[in-house]
Design a protein around this ligand. Structure first.
Ligand code: ZN
Length: 199
């Protein structure tokens, strides 16, 4: 007896995939082009999902992730969604475009099947600077995406703001601590000593 899914056991050994998903992504990319015009290259994983890839006439590859039988519970569908996400990431297809017209999310009774179409590197939207729209290389580094110039400007402005706050605070101290008693002292001297704690 084995713990493998019945759909895994049902396919020829040559179509059962037991190595890593990363290697599966590489194998499918090659096989999709090798089989171009002859349909899908495909494998079934031990837990029953089928992962397939084909090359279209325009040389873009299409990834298909499917199961033979639909999940029967809401939790089952949630699990399916997360399974698809994990597959795309490890197959290195997470930037491929979801294909429109996939019926599975609309009809829970159909076996789930999701298609993703290859996008070339220059088609993938690059993160842009929130302020000026220039491309950003270190997206996600700061709380908003900024190009180098805008990040520097924001940094300068922030330190200027902090300096202004510090100056305002010490000016506030002066007027608060220096109302009447030291009227005769030259401005600045006593305040300096006061803020340094020298009085
Ligand atoms: Zn910018």
């Amino acid at each position: 007896m084995s713990d493998n899914h019945v759909d895994f056991e049902a396919v020829p050994a040559a179509h059962r995939w037991t190595a890593s998903l990363v290697d599966l992504g590489k194998a499918l990319r090659k096989e999709a082009f090798a089989k171009k015009g002859l349909g899908w290259a495909w494998y079934v994983l031990p837990r029953g999902a089928m992962v397939a890839m084909m090359a279209r006439d325009d040389m873009r590859r299409v990834l298909r992730i499917s199961r033979r039988i639909a999940p029967t519970t809401p939790e089952g569908w949630v699990k399916w969604r997360s399974e698809v996400g994990v597959f795309r990431k490890h197959l290195d297809c997470d930037l491929w475009a979801p294909a429109v017209g996939d019926a599975s999310p609309l009809d829970p009774n159909l076996p789930p099947q999701e298609l993703f179409i290859e996008r070339h590197a220059d088609e993938v939207a690059k993160p842009k600077c929130n302020r000026c729209g220039a491309p950003v290389s270190d997206a996600g580094l700061y709380k908003e995406d900024l190009c180098v110039a805008c990040a520097k400007e924001a940094g300068d402005r922030e330190s200027a703001r902090l300096r202004a706050m510090a100056a305002a605070a010490s000016a506030g101290n002066t007027s608060a601590t220096d109302p009447t008693s030291k009227r005769s002292t030259p401005p600045g001297t006593s305040d300096t000593q006061g803020s340094l704690g020298l009085t």
